[in-house]
Design a protein around this ligand. Structure first.
Ligand code: 5GP
Length: 200
């Protein structure tokens, strides 16, 4: 066995975090990567649980030091995945779960083409996304407009992903997500293939 990677992307507010939280309750051997960001902490979020919150200066310093596997600027803030814990989790044969944007996904796809399963999650419509962002109540009207604008840009890159999940009925989306996480374990790495063939 070797570690695998599952990337889930999709417009902000489409329900990625809720799906991930449910999956983490039941699935074994998953390492959920906690990203680093320069965005403001939202009400209800916690340092080290949702993100590591740092300043722009600190983030730029870490970029220079090569601390990130990937990083991107999203909605005017930096977001990045720390490199070391990801390699460690892969070495420990874990399934690494990444909630990252389309730019981050493109980088991970380039670095780990064989062991990656990619999922794009979205709402059934733009109107539904707006309704959810407004209902969440954490963003100002301006921020909601930016997120909707970015959502349209992200949707245009949906074809870079293997799977599409529509979060209409949450329970159905959760079952589909769970099925994909199970299938993700069956992606053989190059070394798994070579060693299996040798033994076989
Ligand atoms: P939010 O501010 O709503 O938590 O996240 C905004 C966007 O940033 C989401 O699309 C999320 O997937 C993305 N994101 C979160 N962490 C990372 C990361 O480490 N790298 C990249 N590239 N995107 C991230």
């Amino acid at each position: 066995m070797s570690g695998k990677i599952v990337v889930i992307s999709g417009p902000s507010g489409c329900g990625k975090s809720s799906l991930i939280n449910e999956i983490l309750k039941t699935e074994k051997n998953i390492y959920f990567s906690i990203s680093t960001t320069t965005r403001e902490i939202r009400e209800g979020e916690k340092e080290g649980v949702n993100y590591h919150y740092i300043s722009r200066e600190q983030f730029e310093k870490e970029i220079e030091e090569g601390a990130f596997l990937e990083w991107a600027e999203v909605h005017g803030n930096y977001y990045g995945t720390s490199l070391k814990p990801i390699y460690k989790a892969i070495d420990e044969n874990k399934l690494v779960l990444l909630d990252i944007d389309v730019q981050g996904h493109a980088i991970v796809k380039e670095k780990f083409p064989r062991i990656l399963t990619s999922i794009f999650l979205t709402t059934p419509s733009q109107e539904e996304l707006r309704r959810r962002l407004e209902h969440r109540g954490t963003d100002s009207a301006d921020v909601i407009e930016t997120r909707l604008h970015n959502a349209r840009i992200e949707m245009a890159r949906m074809d870079e992903y293997e799977y599409l999940l529509i979060n209409d009925d949450f329970e159905i989306a959760l079952e589909q997500f769970r099925a994909l996480v199970h299938v993700a374990w069956l992606k053989p790495s190059q070394s798994e293939i070579s060693s299996f063939i040798r033994k076989w």
